[in-house]
Design a protein around this ligand. Structure first.
Ligand SMILES: [Zn+2]
Length: 179
């Protein structure tokens, strides 16, 4: 099966993209039979394994860092975790982008089981749910977790989230005194 990738639209087409017909605008590929399904299985498993690992590391780092009483050490660990989380997020984003390209190629073949189930899911209005789940795993959850670690790192020196005596003092100031 032959297909074309348009560099401008970042999409895969069965025929050349009508809007961008110049030779420099597209790449031509010849797909060998039955290689795309195994590649999809591999990338999909890789994405979900990496996501599980990311969530376990995130829970350990955030849970552990919040237990550290030393402000300097806690802030250092949280900033280091922010850098690692951002890099890991980039890996998840790249894996998700690869999966998107593979699904794009699969859906060009109308006889493929994935294309048929996708069309039926569209009829049942389930498609948007499946697509958003993949985007949640590959983009939104890592992004929110990374920003959360950054917020914790910024707030770490101020002690407003960790020092219980501050909270107690605040409650004492706010509570109405004896009348
Ligand atoms: Zn195009």
């Amino acid at each position: 099966m032959k297909f074309y990738f348009c560099k401008h639209c970042s999409k895969v087409y069965k025929n050349k993209c009508y809007g961008h017909a110049s030779k420099d605008d597209w790449l031509e590929f010849e797909l060998q039979k039955d290689t795309i399904s195994s590649e999809r299985e591999f990338i999909e498993t890789l994405l979900y394994h990496r996501f599980q690992l990311y969530m376990v590391v995130f829970a350990i780092v955030v849970g552990g860092a919040t237990q550290i009483e030393s402000v300097h050490l806690r802030t250092f660990i949280l900033y280091a975790a922010f850098v690692v989380s951002a890099l890991f997020g980039c890996i998840l984003f790249r894996t998700n982008a690869k999966l998107k390209i593979i699904l794009n190629i699969i859906f060009l073949n109308e006889g493929h089981a994935a294309s048929i189930s996708d069309k039926i899911a569209q009829e049942l209005r389930l498609f948007s749910v499946g697509r958003s789940v993949r985007k949640l795993v590959g983009v939104w959850i890592p992004l929110v977790c990374t920003l959360l670690i950054l917020a914790l790192a910024i707030l770490s020196p101020s002690d407003c989230l960790w020092d219980s005596s501050e909270v107690l003092q605040f409650e004492w100031i706010c509570s109405p005194g004896p009348i």
